[in-house]
Design a protein around this ligand. Structure first.
Ligand code: CA
Ligand code: CA
Ligand code: CA
Length: 310
């Protein structure tokens, strides 16, 4: 059993819990819910897994027997749309068994990519506990041979209620990012395990009886056995900061980069252990030839480090 470090943040008035393995940086979760119009973003149709059909992994529990349309199954996760006319889009199977995922899927990316954000949309026209979601995600950068430790995401704290009388949410969106940079570098494969979330009473609970091995805690509730409707999974590429190059020009260092100049500032620190980044004051003027921006920084005595911030 690995030691897990709890990481807590509070967003939109709801306490959201994330747990991370110590080797990871700092995953961060933002959750929003209500009507689709209340969400900060909707379904992306240009993300890294758009249009891809997942491979179902051993242990996958199929679909809720009510789901009969092919377009409500795997294609629904990546079609860039929300719930379809059937009202059953992405409905996972119930009763996967305590501690077991309902759906186990893997995406093979078209090309290795840095992953910046994962968005999961779940919902139900019935506005019940099926709007919640709990999943783990793992990344491979070696063609699916090895994977990172799973990141556990539970959209709402156990005990949260959603019924037509309480909260009345139709859709939930979670946005997983990492405060230190991309969630994964040069990922080739992404695996998700989706779990049950509810007890038929509209009450969020974790999928475990007793200790939750991801959180190291017991939420005091029996395992969820009612599964969500997964309307969309968006895996978004990380945006890479522009590369900075440096050339000596007389007593100056010419720093140049391709990209925006607006909001750019040069910072310096005398040491990297620990760094003490401060904006140069005054800031050097930035010139541009239309493509490349250049800032001339006077070379001073001693050792120092420079960086570009936006
Ligand atoms: Ca998509
Ligand atoms: Ca439990
Ligand atoms: Ca969809």
């Amino acid at each position: 059993m690995k030691t897990m470090i709890p990481f807590l943040c509070s967003l939109s008035g709801a306490a959201i819990c994330l747990w991370q393995a110590p080797a990871c940086a700092a995953p961060s979760l933002a959750v929003s819910q209500g009507e689709e119009s209340a969400l900060p973003v909707l379904y992306d149709s240009t993300d890294l897994i758009q249009g891809l059909i997942a491979t179902e992994l051993p242990g996958d529990k199929g679909w809720h027997p009510a789901v009969v349309n092919a377009e409500d199954k795997l294609p629904a996760f990546t079609d860039g749309a929300g719930i379809l006319a059937s009202g059953l889009t992405g409905l996972l199977n119930d009763f996967p068994g305590a501690g077991l995922p309902a759906k186990r899927i893997q995406y093979a990316l078209a090309a290795p990519a840095d992953i910046g954000e994962i968005r999961v949309f779940t919902g139900n026209n019935g506005r019940d506990g099926r709007v919640f979601h709990t999943y783990t995600v793992r990344f491979s950068s070696d063609g699916g041979q090895t994977f990172t430790e799973p990141v556990y995401v539970q959209s709402h704290p156990s005990g949260t209620l959603n019924t037509p009388q309480i909260n009345n949410w139709r859709v939930v969106l979670s946005q997983l990012t990492d405060t230190a940079g991309p969630l994964a570098l040069q990922a080739t494969h992404v695996e998700f395990d989706f779990y049950s979330v509810d007890n038929t009473g509209g009450q969020m609970r974790d999928p475990f009886d007793g200790l939750n091995p991801f959180t190291g805690t017991d939420d005091g509730l029996t395992a969820a056995f009612v599964s969500p409707l997964v309307w969309e999974i968006d895996v978004l590429a990380a945006t890479r900061p522009p590369a900075l190059s440096a050339v000596r020009v007389g007593n100056n260092l010419a720093l140049s980069w391709v990209g925006p100049a607006q909001g750019a500032a040069i910072q310096s620190t005398a040491s990297l252990s620990p760094p003490d980044w401060q904006d140069l004051n005054p800031q050097p003027a930035i010139t541009s030839d239309g493509t490349t921006n250049t800032a001339l920084v006077l070379i001073e005595a001693g050792q120092g480090y420079l960086r570009l911030r936006f």
